[in-house]
Design a protein around this ligand. Sequence first.
Ligand code: DMJ
Length: 624
Amino acid sequence: MRDPHATRRPRQLFYVAAIITVILIIYAYNSFLDAYIPLDSPSATPTNRFPEELFQPGASQTNDELWAERANAVKEAFRFAYRGYEEFAMPHDELLPLSDGQIDNFNGWGVTAVDSLDTMWLMGLTEEFDRAMDLVEKLTFSIPEGKYVPYFETVIRYLGGLLSAYALSERTILLERAEELAQELDPIFNTASGLPFFAVNPDTGGTYGPEIGNLAEIATLQLEYTYLGKATGKPQYSARADNVIKALASANLSVSGGMLPTKWNLTSGSPSDGHTSAGARADSAHEYLLKQYLLTDRTDKVNVEMYLRTTTYIMTHLMFITNNRELVYATDRPSPETIFPKFQLMPGQPTHVLEHLTCFLPGLFALGAMTLPLDNLSLLDIDFASLHTQGNISSQAYQAIHGFSSHSLRELHLWAADSLAETCWLMYADQPTGLSPDEIVFSNAWSYGHGRRWIDVMNEWRNASNGGMMSRHEHGHGRGGMGKERERLPPGVGSKRPVVYEEEERIKGTATGRDYSVKKSEYLLRPETVESLFLMWKVTGESKWRERGWWIFQNLEKESKTNSGFASLLSVEVSPAPKDDSMPSYFLAETLKYLYLICKNEDLVPLNKWVFNTEAHPLPIFSP
Ligand code: DMJ
């Protein structure tokens, strides 16, 4: 007899298989939705720790009273860390915040006290300031035989710290000490080129260091020496700074497209290769090009021309944008002659590494856009085209910029600032700790041809929008979630949502969507991003930059605080973060100062009156 169920069975099996397939599809779709994090969507945030104020550029919802409380909280954090230094480390250089010990890593002269003087003055911490002045009075600038003083660090932390505290407090002992220090350091210039050596022994006058010097270490002296010359009325100090920049600016820069390269021969005074970078070993030398021009009441044309060449090179050769999140970043580029077989890098190809150190750059772009007549350079007697023909800017770079310069060079600089600052902030917001890794590398960076040049993407956008470019300041909000208008903003500009990986996925290596991986996961209490947040807030007036500063401060309190101070972190990828026994003096001099100025309602250091040195020490702009 025929089984009556025989024909139904395959059909039942079919239905069962179909139902299972549908369930699997729904499950897979849900998993896909979980894993896929659409841009500009609040669901990109797996936790609810990102208040909307972080993304809104408009007027702050936070009232002045609350900001005053926040400023006070930053001041208390400073007071707490400095008390730890006084109790366990003074008069040594730095506090070891885990072991309650001390270290002499910058000459043993008490670098934390000297570096902190002006922050204490600005915060009104007069008792702490006076106690630090006792240390200043006893300074002899002597070091043990056989030891050397690192020139760059001594200039930015000690000389800059003394001069800034003098400018604010007008206590003459500070200027006297600053001049003594400059005299002790002076043998550093005993090179054939006049470019400074790496280190000097102030007691013997002996110098130390390789024949090849780094740009940052040989050219970060202009602000300090020029102000010292002005304050003492002795032009020999300003001449030290002038000689260095003139030597650098008159060198043949054709290999590096008109930008100052990273390595210099101290005998010949010429570049020793064409490696270019906005980060380590170069950063503050570029920063001082604009700031020296501002400090000297806009009289130093050599510097401002070099600043325009440098920013043009950075925008055309060192800035890239990712496809997915439109993250804009600035990287470095090895010399055209150098090959790194280990990393399979082609000569001259960018590394696609973004350093935390480079996060000063958005702030610098913003400051330049605020202070320079970028759309009317003839006011400075500068012809942009002649910078190209006479200044080694490559034709490729000039052509790429030219389209924009005819529209608005200032707008281009502001967009560079905005999109770079966004990436630097996301380096914090993407981590479970809310603090940034020291270096990230953009996906597949080691393979040639990965990145898209930012300027190419910008030019495509400009052509596609048919000249209908719109200033973000005309409509007053960013790219994120703004319907039609967002399409008119350039790629990379405007608020983006953080992408925080789940711990399990991160460990398995299955997490995706950020466009980069972490290269160095430590956070060294560095200031560069909060410095840029401060400048972005001051220049654009957009409250999100200010809110982001406060958000970062809260994460510092949560992750870095110890019994005696604040500690660097060994990794920002796990919370609570493992700590390192280190509290660099720049944390007090810069990181907490910029956070305080971000929160403070009063404009304590107006940017039309003061210029910050690279260690955040404000120096007064010369009056005409
Ligand atoms: C600081 O000492 C200065 O900002 C310097 O210019 C770069 N490095 C540190 C902080 O990261």
